[in-house]
Design a binder for this molecule. Structure first.
Ligand code: PLP
Length: 383
């Protein structure tokens, strides 16, 4: 039995998918990014709910995640690996028609060799370096790549030309992203001028699709917004300012992660609470303990910073988050009872723990905190 519980809202997911689709021309494919166990939500549940809402394209980082998606799909959906695929997994990927990124010559040679053995074409997306300086073919290496792509056409299907932006969520990176967009355009032309026109072009993640609509192209790879979180506060505010319904968040959190109060205690003024001296009671106070700590995905960086919801009110985490538990200041509601519901992420009453409290308070990204939620917590799909 877990000490916390997750609910996933089908209607919230539908709302978010519709919101994203409304921003895309009809011809654009929406790929739901479900790496990192679907941003902590659970691949199996997210894939099957998304398919029911019409999504037919899923992007993951690794071949292990691709297998999980493969086991969860029931329609003819496309799976694309954007990151790491071990050579031992290539044969399986090619045989299963799973598409994957190629970011350097060595991967390409391995893919060709495996395709020859399996007798099926490898469906590849060429990743080009445009300025993120992470993975991708350098411009200097392209002449060699062009030759291989032409010579080995019988073994390769050149499906996509791709890149990734180095922080499209923040205006601080505006110039760098603009340069990347320009570079990508030039490289695309270069491929075309060598008679190597990819079937599709794709570069946008959530933030790029919102902040730089010209990056939308033929397919978008949307992760965080699918789950109802914004890439950061800046993108949220930018989007709100453009919409008529000022002030209302158009996205809805899909996840509701909750636990319950384990114990309630009184502490005297001046006493330290929990390990060490990071929190000293400023008055006689009532505290409550919850059975979630960093071993269960409630990050240590939420120490003295995080917020949880009890009885629809936002209450602070005090002291250091322990391995298995965290302490909450419940002085405002001293009659709370053991067993009462505590919401760690998501809605309770009119309040919601979302971007502003669960993550940005601790200067971490939603991405990191979400993906830390353990995969073995029971996930229940609700309407
Ligand atoms: C994670 C990832 C995405 C999705 O990013 P979001 O900000 O969650 O939309 C898109 N493309 C690549 C290559 C990624 O790694």
């Amino acid at each position: 039995m877990n000490t916390s519980h997750i609910q996933l809202s089908r209607s919230a997911l539908r709302n978010n998918l519709n919101y994203i689709r409304e921003r895309l021309p009809d011809s654009v494919t929406l790929s739901t990014v479900c790496k990192g166990n679907a941003y902590g939500h659970g691949i199996e549940q997210i894939v099957s709910m998304s398919e029911a809402e019409g999504v037919r394209h899923f992007s993951v980082f690794s071949s292990a995640e691709a297998r999980q998606v493969q086991n969860s799909i029931t329609r003819n959906s496309t799976i694309m690996i954007m990151g790491y695929i071990h050579n031992d997994e290539l044969a399986w990927a090619i045989e299963s028609g799973i598409e994957f990124y190629i970011f350097e010559a060595e991967r390409l040679h391995a893919a060709i060799a495996t395709a020859k053995k399996t007798g099926k074409k490898a469906i590849i997306h060429i990743e080009v370096e445009t300025g993120m300086n992470r993975t991708g073919f350098e411009e200097e290496s392209l002449p060699e790549l062009f030759e291989i792509l032409k010579e080995q056409q019988d073994y390769l299907e050149f499906k996509g030309l791709t890149t990734h932006y180095a922080g499209a969520e923040s205006i601080a990176n505006y110039l760098r992203v603009q340069q990347q967009i320009k570079k990508y355009g030039e490289l695309y032309e270069l491929f075309c001028s060598h008679n190597l026109k990819p079937a599709i072009r794709h570069t946008a993640c959530s933030a790029a699709a919102i902040n730089f609509p010209e990056t939308i192209m033929d397919l978008v790879r949307v992760g965080i917004m699918t789950y109802g979180f914004w890439p950061n506060e800046e993108t949220f505010i930018y989007q709100l300012r453009k919409s008529e319904k000022f002030g209302k968040d158009p996205l809805r959190r899909v996840i509701r992660w909750k636990s319950e109060i384990m114990s309630v205690k009184n502490v005297k003024m001046g006493e330290f609470v929990g390990y060490g001296t990071s929190y000293q009671a400023p008055r006689d106070m009532v505290i409550a303990t919850i059975p979630v700590g960093y071993a269960y995905g409630f990050a240590r960086s939420l120490s003295n910073l995080g917020r949880v919801l009890i009885r629809g009110q936002r209450l602070p985490v005090i002291g250091i988050v322990n391995m298995n538990l965290a302490i909450i200041d419940v002085n405002e509601m001293p009659d709370v009872q053991k067993g009462e519901e505590v919401v760690l992420v998501g809605k309770q009453g009119q309040q919601e723990i979302s971007v502003a409290s669960f993550s940005e308070m601790s200067n971490q990204l939603n991405y990191e905190l979400l993906t830390r939620i353990p995969p073995d917590i029971t996930r229940e799909v609700v309407e």
